[in-house]
Design a protein around this ligand. Sequence first.
Ligand SMILES: Nc1ncnc2c1ncn2[C@@H]1O[C@H](COP(=O)(O)OP(=O)(O)O)[C@@H](O)[C@H]1O
Ligand SMILES: [Mg+2]
Length: 402
Amino acid sequence: MNEFKNPFRPGAGHQPPYLAGREDEKLRFEKLLDQNPILDNLILTGRRGVGKTVLLDTFKPLAIRMGWLWVGTDLSEAASLTDTNIALRLLADLSVVTSSVVWRVQEIQEYGFTSKTKTISETLTFEMLLELYNQTPGLVADKLKTVLEFVWQCLLPQNKRGIIFAYDEAQNLSDHADKDQFPLSLLLDVFQSIQKKGIPFMLALTGLPNLFPKLVDARTFAERMFQIVQIDRLDEAASKDAILKPIEDANCPVKLTDSLTLIIVQKSGGYPYFIQFICREVYDVGLQRLQIGEKPIIPLDEIIRKLDTDFFAGRWAKATDRQRDLLVVIAGLDNCDQEFTVQEVVEASKRTGESKQFSASHVNQLLSSLCDVGLVFKTRHGKYSLGVPLLAQFIQRWHLQK
Ligand SMILES: Nc1ncnc2c1ncn2[C@@H]1O[C@H](COP(=O)(O)OP(=O)(O)O)[C@@H](O)[C@H]1O
Ligand SMILES: [Mg+2]
């Protein structure tokens, strides 16, 4: 009888039923689309689950509407790319939008009793791009630049504004000096060089908070090459929209009271993934109870416990005992949800009693090992932040004796 389907979608890269907030971010992206020549590229950065992937997805139709072409992919598997791999990756992505673009029309004489001419149009397929790439002498970067320039020449008659190269999870790109492979530097070098020549190919990279420092480590000029759009929790109004809009016009049998809505805002901290997660559970439980003819009640404690086992426990399990001791100290900081310094952690550890005291060098060392597993990020100016939103609250729930 009940036709209403739960609209909420907790899951990496799943478009939410309503994408709340992010208006400023869209405006900033639109400004970048207005550039000619291209001086700034986009970095969309933030912690896991804040909505980078789905926001990048919504930028795509926006860019296309403004006359841009859009290519790109997810770089989750990019950790071991070589120079040649990244070049071929770019060509493969590019060929998706160029494969119907004609670059040469040939008239071929057919000989017989009467001579006929036949016209053949050749297009920018992947094979053609690859052939040009292989024929070009020089280093990988030279070959790639030649192909990109050629493609832009062929595109000129189409009056496009340019091409966006959108790469998600770009923090996975790395140089490997030990293997003499520098795919990350190559990408930056090539785009800087073609942009200097006035070719409107723009990078739109999304990634975790270590992305930008990583790019600057590879090439210092990256600092001037990107505009950084940082996203985090939604504010209260946007959080409410994310909770209420999906159910407002649908024929939804379970309604949320104002106070329950507020509780969801608080428990989720305004973080998009947690909003989707909690709302999904709230509606599953609510709808089930309605089906058996009972009044919906919302077991929030159970939902939070489910979140703890489904989301946090696995991440917590990655930490060693000593790392956990440190995380517990961090979760006790007043500013544990923002950036904190090594010194603040050292001071706080002094207040926790003998067994949990840490020296500055020990804190440094543990934080850097926590960065390796993604539980902590190093932010600019030598500060740190917890790598997963609401991790501090999880620790407070389970591991902090107050
Ligand atoms: N602005 C938003 N409003 C509502 N839900 C959102 C919003 N942004 C993201 N979400 C939801 O949050 C979850 C995480 O989004 P995702 O784009 O995968 O995050 P990230 O790429 O930053 O890890 C998804 O379930 C998505 O539907
Ligand atoms: Mg993502």
